[in-house]
Design a protein around this ligand. Structure first.
Ligand SMILES: C[S@@+](CC[C@H](N)C(=O)[O-])C[C@H]1O[C@@H](n2cnc3c(N)ncnc32)[C@H](O)[C@@H]1O
Length: 258
């Protein structure tokens, strides 16, 4: 096939693009439905009240006003999750990975890798290294979540040869002690519901790190508690960043060294 034909074929098919998943899809659906429902109800109530001369009753004004405010906030939260998943998480990925200043030959583990956001981003910075992901593929935490989706993104980004993806739980990881130079995670550890489970995850992350290995963990909930768990597990120089508001809720980053 000559170049002209090749270009035509690419344009017709469209270049495949990596897609890193939509977080908490049921919450996006519920926020949008509740928000739209409340707003429409408030508008209809005000119209009805105008006809019956009730619309200036203070209680009525407060009630329908509150419905519009809560409905609007609910829609905004749904939009914020979509924005975060499709745009802002990619900025956060680059900020975190650039900050690590990788040499290019490290072994990096992405805990709760989902569609491979940090995994693939790390692999692109590791021409002589390896990026490994582990996940149990919760469909609640991220829609259409699967090992295949992470591997597909690695293929699209041209780093499949440096990527491994494992099925497993961050509380009991199938890796030998001292396997990784760096462990990263994005919005994953807060999904472990009980504090003891999060403490187990911290101990496991320390176990699989090499001496001198680093952690860089972004999360939205339980961040200070996680920092304590890392300290108790034996991670040194644990630091929690100030909050960053690129979507809602704000994120913080935990860093430290084994
Ligand atoms: C909100 S998603 C984030 C995925 C990915 N890190 C990203 O930023 O796109 C949270 C991920 O954590 C995974 N997860 C939740 N609990 C886990 C556990 N105990 N062990 C491993 N992965 C877990 C979920 O399956 C999901 O893929």
């Amino acid at each position: 096939m000559d170049v002209k034909m090749e270009c035509k074929a690419v344009l017709q098919k469209g270049e495949p693009k990596a897609f890193y998943g939509l977080d908490v899809p049921a919450m996006v659906r519920d926020c949008t439905a509740v928000g739209a429902g409340l707003t429409i109800q408030a508008i209809l109530l005000r119209r009805w009240a105008k006809k019956g001369q009730y619309s200036t009753f203070p209680l009525f004004m407060v009630m329908t006003g509150a419905m519009v405010v809560v409905g609007g906030l609910s829609i905004l939260e749904g939009l914020s999750i979509v924005w975060g998943s499709l745009v802002a998480k990619l900025w956060e990925r680059d900020r975190l990975l650039d900050g690590l200043k990788l040499r290019g030959n490290e072994h990096v583990l992405d805990v709760g890798c989902g569609h491979g956001l940090l995994l693939v981003g790390a692999a692109k910075r590791l021409p002589r290294g390896r990026a490994v992901g582990i996940d149990l593929w919760s469909q609640v935490d991220q829609g259409s979540n699967s090992r295949e989706a992470a591997l597909k993104n690695a293929r699209i980004e041209g780093v499949e040869d440096r990527v491994e993806v494992h099925n497993g739980d961050m509380r009991a990881m199938p890796f030998p002690d001292a396997s990784f130079d760096v462990v990263v995670a994005n919005l994953a550890i807060h999904n472990v519901e009980d504090p003891e489970g999060r403490a187990e995850a911290a101990r496991e992350i320390r176990r699989v790190l090499k001496p001198g290995g680093r952690i860089a963990i972004i999360d939205i909930f339980f961040v200070k508690q996680m920092a304590e768990f890392f300290q108790k597990a034996g991670i040194r120089d644990v630091h929690v960043s100030s909050p960053r508001v690129v979507y809602w809720p704000p994120t913080r980053t935990i860093t430290g060294v084994k």
